[in-house]
Design a protein around this ligand. Structure first.
Ligand code: 7TS
Length: 406
């Protein structure tokens, strides 16, 4: 299939707008992605014509809403190739998915002194969730180090395992360095030690084909809004055997079978983990987003973004004083950089005035900033609709800001 980026851009009305009288160059896809028309329309259409609470009504609309919601679960299952819809739990996003596993796993599977392995490049949500459990249960965090290119040191990873290791929790793709971690190999090793693995897929799911069975991930989590879907909905995939073992995270409606003051029994999977009214509007819209990217083809998206990343890396390196943070062999479209001694915040603010949206700061990865010996970076993160012209605009913009500081 020919990758027609201009045709794709037409599906995203926001990309046609200008800011400060300049055409918008949106390079903050790591934070959130823009939405194609089909996703936005799904939300309004469902509110206008179907809206009713799911799973509990005998009436027509409730059944139609329930059918849409459950069909969306099947779409998610197919998208990541899970075995069963029982393994697809809807959450608010990556953060809630990780907190759910951290809480339920620590409660049921860990005792004082037990260890969780994370990496130095984790997002705060995959650090602090475990620290909360560490404080509560006395569990210990072990950290996989990396080299200066931003690649995890796999020999060191293997050395971190002990008989107290209960779980590995790692990002598939770093939201700062763009490193694509070799999670399949890391999972295979962990399994050889009898340890399950959670993969934080927040930054991989929008950019590459993910097959949870092929990876053999025990848990895989992601956010809808980073894969062209709506905010407020995300996914926890868990192998059925694990989800069966874990206790509920929250109590309320939907997650119970029978309730009395003496004894309550819990609903079957995945509803055991879905207390309260779910975001059924969001699930339908998320399914639309997944159908949208599937129609383009995840392999096509990966190839296109890979080419664009190479182009951006080469062009940015032409800039005097350019320092790129993250030069892993396997790298996705996340490019963090600093130029000379220009503060990342100044660079970001001035690029913004040129219509270029990048993110600046520590990107919710302060321990990684400590490892790099910096306070923050400027980060351009690519999406399926970005173009070479936009990379050129970024390079021109960075050069212009550099000249102002020279
Ligand atoms: N994990 C990773 C690797 C992330 O990049 C993010 C969000 C999260 C978890 C949390 O996702 P949420 O949807 O639950 O908030 N990362 C970013 C970012 O890089 N800039 O803004 C949010």
């Amino acid at each position: 299939m020919q990758y027609d980026v201009n045709k794709i851009r037409e599906d995203f009305p926001i990309l046609a707008r200008s800011v400060y009288g300049k055409p918008l160059v949106y390079l903050d896809n790591g934070a959130t992605t823009q939405k194609p028309r089909c996703v936005v329309e799904s939300i309004t259409d469902e509110y206008y014509s179907v809206n009713a609470n799911v799973h509990r009504g005998v009436h027509f609309l409730s059944q139609q809403a329930t059918n849409l919601h459950e069909a969306s679960r099947e779409t998610v299952r197919r998208f990541i190739n899970a075995r069963s819809i029982s393994e697809i739990v809807f959450t608010r996003g990556t953060t809630e998915s990780i907190n759910l596993v951290a809480s339920s796993f620590a409660d049921s599977q860990m005792k004082e002194g037990d260890e969780v392995i994370v990496s130095v490049m984790e997002h705060h949500s995959n650090i602090v969730s475990w620290q909360l459990q560490a404080a509560r249960k006395g569990i210990v965090l072990k950290v996989i180090p990396m080299n200066d290119r931003g690649e995890l040191l796999l020999d060191e990873y293997k050395k971190l395992f002990s008989e107290k290791t209960k779980l590995v929790s790692v990002a598939h793709v770093s939201n700062v360095l763009g490193t694509i971690n070799p999670v399949k190999d890391m999972i295979a090793f962990a399994h050889s030690q009898g340890v399950p693995v959670l993969v934080d897929g927040a930054q991989s799911i929008p950019h590459m084909k993910v097959d949870v069975q092929d990876l053999d991930a025990d848990f895989y989590v992601f956010s809808g809004h980073k894969v062209y879907g709506p905010t407020g909905i995300g996914v926890l995939y868990g192998k059925e055997a694990w989800l069966d073992k874990l206790p509920p995270y929250q109590g309320g409606g939907e997650m119970i079978k029978n309730v009395s003051f003496e004894k309550t029994t819990f609903n079957e999977l995945p509803f055991k983990f879905e207390a309260g009214t779910p975001d059924y509007i969001g699930s339908t819209a998320l399914a639309k987003a997944l159908d949208y990217v599937s129609a383009i083809g995840m392999d096509n998206i990966f190839a296109y973004e890979h080419g664009l990343t190479q182009y951006a890396m080469n062009r940015l390196k032409e800039i005097p004083g350019m320092r790129i943070l993250g030069e892993a062999e396997q790298k996705g479209g996340v490019i963090s950089f600093l130029v000379g001694d220009i503060h990342h915040f100044d660079m970001g603010t001035l690029l913004d005035r040129l219509g270029i949206a990048v993110r600046t700061g520590h990107h919710c990865a302060e321990p990684l900033m400590h490892r790099l010996g910096i306070e923050g970076t400027v980060r351009a993160s690519l999406g399926l609709y970005n173009t070479k012209e936009e990379i050129d605009a970024l390079v021109e913009g960075v050069l212009r800001v550099s000249r102002m500081f020279a």
